[in-house]
Write a protein that binds this ligand. Structure first.
Ligand SMILES: *Cc1c(COP(=O)(O)O)cnc(C)c1O
Length: 239
């Protein structure tokens, strides 16, 4: 089947509230253009250099998502145009994104990556690290980033129960965060705002859970995903 047909089939299977990121890593611009011509405007790449090259060649109404692990020294190359960085997993990286966003007079949207898989190799924060990042004064002072939610990758396994458990774990962390954030916002509407200048939640607007790929996106949606990252089911397999 063609890229346009694959895209159409997947879109038809997604609830309206779920955002589709077409993961185009390793694929040539011609393939991306086929998806673009079929109406797709959000593309995900996992290498900054490759994303920059494609951004330069393609129409400027595309939203580029960085879904891979980000090295601090490369943030500057995508800061002028990237619309969402999925894999933020340290305060150090967030600081650099904030700095480069400021240089470009932008606010860059980010997701914090949570380690939900059993594999040791996957990147991400645990819940304790997440909470300490969000409650740090350094984070509160960042004016050029906005946290839209969380991202996670499940273990690569055929065991659906395992994958489901991991997706539900991410969803539960998100829900807890939302609750604590609501509490914080409630507080900030009260007198606390004037007594505690550190209560500043403007750089955190939680509405996104990025989870689910070609093999597991249906399950991810059942577990509360609002954004799926789908590559091979649209563009075919990668070498
Ligand atoms: C490659 C990749 C995907 C897409 O994987 P498919 O199985 O091809 O859909 C999703 N998320 C991340 C982080 C990836 O690196």
């Amino acid at each position: 089947m063609s890229i346009a047909q694959n895209l159409q089939n997947i879109k038809a299977s997604l609830p309206q509230s779920v955002t589709l990121v077409a993961v185009s890593k390793t694929k040539p611009v011609a393939d991306l253009m086929e998806a673009y011509d079929a109406g797709q405007r959000i593309f995900g790449e996992n290498k900054i250099q490759e994303m920059v090259e494609k951004w330069e060649q393609m129409p400027k109404d595309i939203e580029w998502h960085m879904i891979g692990h980000v090295q601090t020294n490369k943030v500057k190359y995508m800061a002028p145009f990237v619309s969402l960085i999925h894999g933020v997993d340290s305060l150090k990286l967030l600081k650099e994104i904030n700095k480069q966003a400021a240089k470009n007079s932008r606010v860059i949207n980010c997701l914090l990556q949570i380690h939900i898989a059993e594999e040791e190799t996957k990147f991400g924060l645990d819940e304790t690290e997440l909470n300490s990042l969000l409650s740090s004064s350094e984070f509160r002072e960042m004016k050029n980033i906005q946290i839209l939610g969380l991202m996670g990758m499940a273990t690569f396994t055929d065991n659906e129960n395992q994958v489901k458990k991991e997706f539900l774990h991410l969803k539960s962390i998100f829900d807890k965060l939302l609750k604590s954030k609501e509490a914080l916002q409630y507080l900030s509407t009260e007198e606390n705002l004037s007594t505690d200048p550190n209560i500043n939640t403007t750089n955190c607007k939680l509405n996104t859970i990025s989870m689910g790929m070609s093999g597991d996106y249906q399950l991810a949606i059942e577990c509360g995903s609002t954004m799926v990252r789908i590559g091979s089911s649209i563009f075919g397999g990668r070498k």
